[in-house]
Ligand binder design. Structure first.
Ligand SMILES: Nc1ncnc2c1ncn2[C@@H]1O[C@H](COP(=O)(O)OP(=O)(O)OP(=O)(O)O)[C@@H](O)[C@H]1O
Length: 244
């Protein structure tokens, strides 16, 4: 048997982590209709590719559509044509929705909050309109760990963005199928597969606290290369990864 190349090993690892997340956190069931939230970044592109390809396999049988939300008043240059072609190449219909928000209406709410609130609203509305029961987001394991450290440092509780979150007020669940994948692996995969980078020009984007926490986490990993697994096991043990 030929020895697999680094590229093949990476692809196998990512696929098996994706598969493991699906079963371990009960992310996908037969008959699901999933709406992938596609920002155009490497993570949600990779998520779309994985779900699009997985949907072609017999069991579980599920359908996939995607949404990309464009914020009219933010100079976030997403190449819509590229996203449409990408979605088509993995056999997923893409909905492009354009919206806007007024940052002056409620000056006490930061622009980032208003922007993401509006984006979420569009995603939830479309999911319900087209009969989706799940929304898939492109957060990976590093995002989930950073959020846990943020909540611990600033909110005074141990919690994070769960892999599966069933909404209480509507028949919808949020899923994060990349929750076991590491950011560096997705980045390398995206480079190997020539994913096109989207240019972000958001004037409001300066979440310095999150960037500082990401640096802190790097330091933790340099002290203990197993820190990732330790934090993840703690989240598992405290049942923070599935919310019914
Ligand atoms: N404009 C958008 N349209 C649709 N979904 C979005 C949009 N922006 C973000 N999302 C969803 O929210 C997730 C987290 O958003 P975030 O801004 O942290 O990601 P990103 O760094 O822009 O891109 P990505 O996570 O895709 O690499 C994305 O992975 C995606 O699923």
């Amino acid at each position: 048997m030929p020895i697999p190349t680094d590229e093949q090993r990476l692809e196998r690892r990512l696929k098996s982590q994706f598969q493991k997340a699906m079963t371990q956190y009960h992310l996908i069931e037969d008959g699901d209709k999933i709406l992938v939230a596609l920002s155009g970044g490497k993570d949600s592109l990779f998520l779309l590719e994985m779900l699009g390809k997985r949907a072609k396999i017999q069991r579980p049988h599920f359908e996939v559509e995607a949404i990309h939300v464009r914020m009219e008043n933010i100079a976030y240059e997403s190449d819509t044509k590229y996203l449409e072609d990408f979605a088509q190449s993995v056999g997923v219909p893409l909905h492009v929705v354009t919206t806007a928000f007024d940052p002056t209406v409620n000056p006490r709410k930061p622009a980032c909050f208003l922007c993401s609130w509006n984006r979420r609203k569009q995603i939830f509305n479309l999911a319900q309109q087209i009969g989706c029961n799940k929304i898939a987001l492109g957060h990976h394991q590093d995002d989930i760990i950073h959020t846990a450290l943020m909540n611990l440092s600033f909110q005074g509780h141990f919690s994070t963005m769960p892999a599966l979150l069933r909404m209480k007020k509507m028949p919808l669940a949020l899923i994060r199928p990349l929750c076991l994948c590491q950011e560096t692996d997705i980045k390398t995969y995206a480079e190997q597969h020539n994913y096109q980078k989207q240019r972000k020009l958001c004037p409001y984007e300066k979440d310095t606290k999150r960037a500082e926490i990401a640096d802190l986490y790097k330091q933790m990993e340099s002290i203990n290369p197993e820190a990732r697994y330790s934090i993840w096991n703690a989240l598992e043990a405290e049942e923070k990864l599935i919310e019914y």
